[in-house]
Ligand binder design. Structure first.
Ligand SMILES: [Zn+2]
Ligand SMILES: [Zn+2]
Length: 652
């Protein structure tokens, strides 16, 4: 499950860049310490031209609290990982196992590598301002010539979001998936016109393909998006099975005939390894079947007299299609709001999932032309995302639509952990406008949401059905994976047959098919950040600066030094953003100016005399370093804050 959404706005990065550019343009002096034009300087300044007071031995460094350089930004580059020995099967989860999101797993057998899924997730507090994060592809980039296929289980962004960039980095291997997923990838690929064309191959759930020497087959699974499929990789010791995201098509624990039939391929199969979803491992019982949600929404659409606004994940295509069908049957018009909502409904129509009559879907601007009980509006933004349609309606910044007393909002989604506060704020904004809100927690109402991932009983059923020899839990935070391991133990698996992976773990099944274990080395697993037009795993300094700026702001010093005399030409300029309000801190600034003057002039005086130069040759790096350190220390002593200090020294 994943949401389409607007990447967060970038604030700090741009500010900084703008400032840099502005300063260098304005002065055009040879020695701007952050000049972008000076080639020699450029290398050094991209490393670091900022200072922040670090209280090394006393108390915690604030950086370490929210910025964890440990495994996030370190790569095991340079460590040579040998090819698997003959007959050994290697499994490398490259994403999705220390998190929910950016799923990707590689399977390497002999000379062939098959990659399963290439997802993304949106940035969080650890990666402020970054557009999104994709799995680390370094291991695959180093073995491009062995990659035979990228196989996609289904069209959610945590499985396809990284596809365009991942493909371009791993040699553009052929992509295999079912119809809808390929269509969704095609839509996404359009946003990357500069990248090579995707080599797409549509498969059916009963197709069999050969990738290098490996035979791969598929099976259909139930999820919140049509055309979801599981993958079976055949090996000489049995099948490697991964269902992707799934829940069971069941009612009251009785699994449907079609589902039983789909999984009956495992009855006589020898399953060597199962890798499967741990997202809902904490939830007891079976997952609520989607059909109950369809029924619940249908009841509400019939019952409610006023306008109905349904906010849902745009990726819940099956549910959205059902809503459109029901509304149409009741003679209501449907308005779509939010880019991803429109795109996904378009995709669903293109694939023939449903065919609304002409005129059923109306533009949001025309909603006012119909009586309230003749309109259903589908919106994005059930998570309170800042720029999504529903949130704009809630804070009255929506230009084409406004709420009215008597409207009913159905939040057909659960709240993703971490979004609670913004959803609460949005609900406040909505209720101020006199609308009724029905959420999946509203008691006594019909069901309006169900998860797309199996709960404990679905998971147990799948384990029993596939009866694997080995097991690797995937899709979940580490805690989820451990719980999933416990469940497998309860079901009778032995501990040595289970490996709980981290991103980048290299897991091997021995050539006789009898043992599974993780190697000591790991594949690089540092975050690959997509930030504007750049992609990479080495932007830790940029991110660190953003974290610091967000915490304590910045403080820029601009000083003009006369190289001949070694004295400042005038009192230095000071700029503070997000640190202290300058007008109210005149005394602090006065002291800062004294320190700047003393620090620069003392340092300049110590430079060795250069007789041919008519004065002292001044080393700006040393002066800046001294200045940055003494000012950041002073500011910390006075304010207990650690702003990012940027010294700029200009010379005449
Ligand atoms: Zn998923
Ligand atoms: Zn999914």
């Amino acid at each position: 499950m994943y949401i389409y959404g607007t990447p967060r706005q970038k604030t700090f990065g741009k500010y900084l860049v703008n400032n840099k550019i502005k300063m260098t343009k304005k002065t055009r002096l040879s020695f701007s310490s952050i000049s972008l034009e000076n080639k020699e300087e450029k290398k050094r300044t991209t490393k670091s031209s900022t200072y922040q007071y670090a209280k090394k031995r006393f108390g915690p460094n604030r950086q370490s609290r929210s910025f964890d350089p440990k495994n996030q930004y370190k790569n095991a580059k340079g460590i040579k990982i040998p090819s698997p020995e003959k007959g050994v099967i290697r499994i490398i989860p490259l994403g999705g196992v220390e998190e929910i999101g950016k799923n990707m797993t590689a399977v390497e057998i002999g000379d062939d590598i098959i990659v399963i899924d290439a997802g993304m997730h949106f940035s969080n507090e650890a990666t402020p301002g970054v557009d999104y994060v994709i799995p680390n592809t370094t291991y695959l980039e180093e073995r491009k010539d062995k990659i035979r296929a990228l196989i996609i289980t289904h069209g959610h962004l945590d499985h396809i979001g990284g596809v365009p960039i991942v493909l371009s980095r791993i040699g553009n291997p052929p992509v295999y998936s079912r119809n809808l997923s390929i269509l969704m990838m095609r839509k996404r690929q359009v946003e990357f016109p500069h990248l090579p064309v995707m080599r797409e191959n549509i498969v059916e759930k009963d197709s069999v393909i050969t990738c290098g020497k490996i035979k791969v087959r598929f099976f259909g699974v139930t999820h919140t998006i049509p055309d979801s499929m599981g993958i079976i990789i055949e090996t000489e010791h049995g099948w490697i099975v991964t269902p992707g995201d799934y829940k069971l098509d069941q009612v009251d624990g009785i699994v449907s005939q079609e589902e039983e039939k789909e999984y009956s391929i495992f009855d006589k199969a020898k399953v060597l390894l199962l890798m499967t979803d741990s997202t809902n491992i904490e939830n007891e019982g079976f997952a609520l079947p989607e059909v109950k949600v369809h029924q619940g929404l249908e009841n509400l659409i019939r019952k409610i007299r006023g306008r109905i606004i349904i906010a849902a994940f745009a990726s819940h295509i099956t549910r959205l299609a059902h809503v459109v069908k029901v509304a149409e049957a009741l003679g209501k018009k449907i308005a779509l709001d939010g880019r991803s909502m429109k795109t996904n409904i378009e995709v669903a129509i293109e694939t023939g999932l449903f065919q609304p009559r002409k005129g059923t879907i109306i533009p949001i601007e025309e909603v006012g032309n119909y009586p309230p009980n003749k309109v259903v509006i589908l919106m994005t933004g059930a998570q309170g995302e800042e720029f999504a349609a529903l949130n704009r309606a809630a804070n009255k910044s929506h230009t084409k639509f406004s709420l009215r007393k008597g409207d009913t909002i159905i939040l057909s989604a659960s709240i993703i952990p971490g979004n609670e506060l913004q959803v609460q704020k949005m609900k406040d904004g909505l209720s101020r406008q006199g609308v009724k809100i029905i959420s999946y927690r509203t008691p006594g109402e019909d069901f309006v949401h169900a998860t797309g991932h199996g709960n404990q009983e679905d998971i147990k059923w799948l384990h029993r059905k596939t009866h694997p020899k080995f097991f690797i839990p995937i899709h979940g935070h580490h805690y989820h994976l451990e719980l999933h391991k416990e469940l497998a133990l309860e079901l009778g698996m032995s501990e040595e047959n289970i490996v709980v992976p981290d991103n980048g773990s290299i897991i091997e099944i021995s050539s006789d098919g009898q043992k599974i274990m993780a190697r000591r080395e790991k594949a690089p697993a540092g975050l690959m950040m997509v930030d504007g037009s750049s992609v990479g795993d080495a932007q830790d300094i940029v991110i660190r600066d953003r974290v610091m700026l967000a915490q304590d702001g910045m403080f820029v010093i601009i000083a003009l030094l006369d190289q001949k005399t070694g004295k400042l030409k005038k009192s230095p300029d000071l700029i503070s953003r997000g640190f202290v309000y300058l007008k109210e801190n005149q005394e602090l600034l006065r002291q800062v100016r004294i320190i700047i003057k003393k620090s620069i002039e003392d340092a300049a005086a110590k430079m060795p005399a250069r007789p041919n130069y008519g004065g002292n040759m001044v080393d700006f790096d040393i002066i800046k370093a001294n200045l940055g350190e003494s000012i950041s220390k002073f500011l910390y002593q006075k304010t207990a804050k650690r702003p990012l200090v940027i010294p700029v020294i200009l010379s005449v």
